[in-house]
Design a protein. Structure first.
Length: 312
């Protein structure tokens, strides 16, 4: 199986993990194994655990890392990181990486149903299990669809699109990606149709997030990863849209904040000190060269923090 994925901010991410040859590392989104391979190549007595919920990715990364006895691969969501690590005898880690979002393989494999550029069953399930995007658009009320498209797609035309979906499915079920993309295109104002980019982009993003429970899993994954880190361990997160990035930014800021007393208190009475320190105050974005080589990286942001202590 050919699982093509171009890792974004690749060198910056690997450097940010500050890999030790004897350390223990977890790649929570193994994908095509690019990050995992780069990590395990720097290990001697250390260990790597690679996790992915996509069975295609698990098969590919298992093959790619088969020569490394200190590399373990498990299928699951990164929100299950603690239990998956325990199964492998890992209690703590010196670094955790999560590359959030859809892989190039998932986007470019038409039958996975992530892309509005190719006709395919309307699926979008990263795990290839559970409720599909087709299930959502054919069963949810227009109000529920509007909320999802507005909240997760941040599309101001959410109500128009949701009502367009409701109207279209009365005539026939919505089962393919191009069918949905055309419904969205016809539902938005003509001015929006003339704008650069496909008007269905935000709707597809919203449905994908809902289908996979992405923001909930990300929140759970962040807490799991941070709890697994040793003191001095590093957490590196790559995001691809503002909803993910805001969640990561706020969580890392929360860990990195100290005293929460009102500013007019003469002395601190809460006793809280930072649990983490940011490596990059504003995160890193792709270089101009990377943007030219890989246009899909344009919205990526890397945020990294170092764990200072385990408890408040």
């Amino acid at each position: 199986m050919n699982f093509e994925h171009i890792p974004v901010l690749f060198q910056e991410t690997i450097r940010s993990l500050n890999i030790r040859p004897d350390g223990i590392y977890i790649d929570g989104t193994a994908g095509g194994g690019g990050h995992s391979l780069a990590i395990v190549k720097q290990l001697t007595s250390g260990m790597l655990l690679s996790i992915d919920q996509d069975p295609d990715a698990v098969a590919v990364v298992t093959e790619r890392l088969k020569e490394y006895s200190n590399a373990l691969v498990r299928r699951g969501n990164f929100s299950q990181m603690i239990s998956l690590a325990e199964e492998c005898g890992i209690q703590k880690a010196d670094g955790v990486l999560m590359d959030i979002g859809v892989s190039s393989h998932q986007l470019d494999t038409a039958e996975r149903g992530f892309s509005y550029h190719q006709d395919a069953p309307l699926d979008m399930r990263m795990s290839q299990q559970g409720t599909s995007a087709a299930d959502l658009v054919n069963t949810m009320t227009w109000q529920e669809l509007a909320r999802i498209i507005s909240q997760y797609g941040e599309d101001k035309n959410a109500v128009r699109i949701a009502k367009g979906i409701e109207k279209a499915r009365v005539e026939s079920p919505i089962t393919t990606t191009l069918q949905l993309a055309e419904i969205v295109r016809q539902s938005v104002p003509a001015k929006v149709r003339r704008e650069p980019g496909h008007p269905a982009r935000k709707t597809f993003q919203a449905l994908r997030i809902q289908v996979n429970g992405e923001l909930d899993r990300l929140s759970e994954g962040l807490d799991a990863a941070f709890s697994l880190l040793n003191t001095g361990g590093r957490l590196a997160i790559i995001t691809f849209h503002s909803l993910e990035d805001r969640l990561v930014k706020r969580r890392m800021a929360q860990w990195s904040s100290g005293c929460t007393c009102p500013p007019d208190f003469p002395v601190c009475v809460c006793g809280k000190t930072p649990r983490a320190e940011l490596v990059y105050k504003k995160g890193l974005s792709p270089s101009d060269q990377e943007l030219e080589e890989n246009p899909r990286s344009r919205s990526a942001r890397l945020r990294v923090c170092v764990k200072l202590k385990d408890t408040e």
